[in-house]
Design a protein around this ligand. Structure first.
Ligand code: ADP
Length: 598
């Protein structure tokens, strides 16, 4: 069976080998053993059920939560020559009966459905006369209340085991926690499922985190490294989205906004423009992302700190699904920590406590000096088995720590003490830099020995260091008025018995884009000029067909083409990602382009 799977992978998708765990996942499907497959975004989950669907007799049912996801997958399957369709509310009566006809005639290998449609009584009756090869549940964490994306409609999928007796069910998700996994199995009533959990390390993502000193300038530095490439910029608030988007537009960048305050219509327009590459960059709140399968997102910028590492992993994970290098840069400030804290203060105490802990971990990640890949993996309970990831600012030596942080920390802490632990971070920072603020003068704090002690630094920097001391537990903020208090640990610093870590204000951001090993490797031998030519051609062909460019060929495939420069159809088939159907459709266009430009 696995040999047939390899053949299908080559023939339809043009790939030579499986990605980690794809083989095992396919074996479970082919042997009709229920399974739960947990792979990170970009790990290649779809192939795990699409390849078996092609080689097994009958029709595979795929449950998917969003119409946009279904559409994307069906476009991609059709391009590869795999007969697939979807049934959903956006289709006309005529289109729907056409699909039913195809099902009855045994012409389809995969049928994509929403959970609510699959559990409809009359639909189950309709399917009872059809040979079903298996049922695949995509984004299966939606079934669990413990996941971040619970959908009540997914709960109804619990009836599938009894309604489709003898049909194996396979669940796929990128959500890593054990609780969610167990819950998926329980809710779906799986029978001794094979559990496959991949590594959550996204080794092609280059993580960077740095303090935010000038948002627009820092964001532009990243965008400029990625001219004409796709990217996402996340902001905390809608107002930040609008503001940043306007400024980027003024500077001539092709950007569109996306947030929950926009109408459905406007949001859809932004999303489509992004997918069709009519714009390069989306500036968005967290509302943007679910349902975006765009594989060639080359950078994700966080212009503000997210509220948890789960959010960060998910949002940054939208970069580099094609396995090529992608840059994930986070610009944070102590102020972001404060913003989230005050948003959280409105929630129930039990939830607040968990959220607060997550927020602290997020902040610790930002200000941390350990490998970013390791920190994220550790958070999800996994280890990275190499010393240097070669793909984060820490391992690449791009972050700068203050050489002797003790003195600066002591200045800050002693100022908190002199202010009798009655003032907040902003006020304390103002005193330290020697601000002439009226309130300070009225309070007579210009007479304190710590007044102006850090006047050679800007207020932002001192404010940031205060937050770094809060995150490391040397200072505490009172719940109500956010007044600073020195903790027992903080007193150890004052006594010189312990030293905190403080980050230097501005990180050395590399100007060049190809700094990491992963980037150098993936560009190895690629004729970059030809790659650009092929990208243009891909865009034209995609526009003509009305499909997203990455569905015609992924960036990884185009780079391989611009590396091998095939001259014949046989050589073209050897390019990773060129299967037989795509060769027929596009082979001669790309062969012509290669021969004229080389
Ligand atoms: P996920 O759903 O897990 O995020 P996808 O199924 O979208 O991942 O796959 C991510 C990318 O990897 C896609 O561009 C896909 O074509 C590619 N891919 C999947 N399997 C392979 C493979 N065996 N070899 C090369 N590329 C692959």
């Amino acid at each position: 069976m696995i040999l047939r799977a390899e053949d299908a992978l080559r023939q339809y998708w043009g790939y030579d080998s499986f990605l980690p765990l794809q083989r095992e996942a396919i074996e479970s499907v082919c042997s009709a053993r229920d399974s739960i497959v947990v792979l990170p975004t970009g790990g290649g989950k779809s192939i795990c059920f699409q390849v078996p669907a092609v080689i097994m007799p009958g029709l595979a049912i795929v449950v998917s939560p969003l119409i946009s996801l279904m559409k994307d997958q069906i476009d991609a399957l059709t391009e590869c020559g795999v007969p697939a369709a979807r049934l959903d509310s956006t289709l006309s009566q005529e289109e729907r009966s056409q699909v039913r006809k195809q099902i009855n005639n045994g012409e389809l290998k995969l049928l994509y459905l929403s959970p609510e449609r699959l559990v409809l009584d009359n639909f189950i009756d309709f399917l009872s006369g059809i040979k079903i090869s298996f049922i695949a549940i995509d984004e299966a964490h939606c079934v669990s209340m413990w996941g971040h994306d619970f959908r009540p409609e997914y709960r109804q999928l619990g009836i599938l085991k009894s309604k489709f007796s003898g049909v194996a069910i396979h669940a796929y998700t990128a959500t890593a926690t054990g609780i969610v996994r167990d819950d998926i199995s329980k809710q779906l009533g799986l029978n001794d499922p094979k559990i496959l959990v991949g590594s959550f390390d996204r080794s092609n993502l280059i993580y960077k985190a740095t303090t935010r000193t000038n948002r627009l300038k820092q964001v532009c530095e990243v965008i400029d490294r990625h001219k004409n490439e796709s990217g996402i910029i996340y902001c905390i608030r809608r107002a930040d989205v609008d503001n940043l988007c306007d400024k980027l537009k003024e500077r001539g960048h092709r950007v569109r906004p996306y947030h929950a305050g926009m109408s459905d219509e406007m949001r859809k327009r932004s999303q489509n423009a992004f997918i069709k590459e009519e714009c390069d960059t989306i500036v968005a709140t967290v509302a943007f992302g679910m349902g975006i399968d765009k594989s060639n997102v080359r950078y994700v910028i966080h212009a503000g700190m997210p509220k948890s590492l789960e959010h960060y992993q998910q949002e940054s994970g939208r970069a580099g699904r094609d396995g090529l290098e992608a840059e994930c840069t986070l610009f944070y400030s102590g102020g972001d920590y404060g913003v989230w804290k005050s948003i959280l203060s409105d929630t129930e105490p039990a939830i607040q406590e968990i959220a607060q802990e997550k927020l602290n971990e997020m902040y610790a990640y930002c200000t941390g000096i350990g490998c970013r890949h390791k920190t994220i993996l550790k958070y999800f309970g996994q280890d990275l088995n190499k010393e240097n990831c070669e793909a984060c600012d820490v391992c690449q030596g791009d972050i700068d720590l203050v050489a002797d942080p003790l003195i600066d920390a002591q200045k800050i802490l002693s100022c908190v003490v002199r202010l009798k632990e009655k003032f907040g971070a902003d006020y304390t920072a103002s005193v330290l830099i020697g601000s002439k603020d009226a309130r300070i003068m009225e309070n007579g704090h210009d007479a304190l020995s710590t007044y102006g002690l850090m006047s050679h630094h800007t207020k932002n920097i001192v404010r940031d260091w205060i937050e770094q001391l809060v995150a490391q537990g040397y200072i505490e903020k009172t719940d109500e008025y956010k007044v600073l208090n020195v903790t027992a640990k903080g007193w150890l610093v004052l006594k010189g018995k312990e030293s905190p870590r403080l980050l230097k204000p501005v990180m050395k951001l590399p100007k060049e884009r190809k700094v990491s090993k992963i980037a150098t490797d993936s560009w190895e031998g690629v004729d970059e000029r030809l790659f650009e030519e092929l990208r243009k051609l891909r865009r034209q062909l995609a526009d003509k067909k009305g499909v997203p460019a990455y569905i015609v060929f992924s960036d990884a495939t185009l780079r391989d083409m611009a590396r091998r420069k095939p001259k014949t159809k046989e050589e073209m088939l050897r390019v990773n990602g060129v299967g037989e159907t795509k060769l027929k459709q596009y082979g001669s266009n790309f062969l012509d382009a290669i021969s004229t430009s080389t």
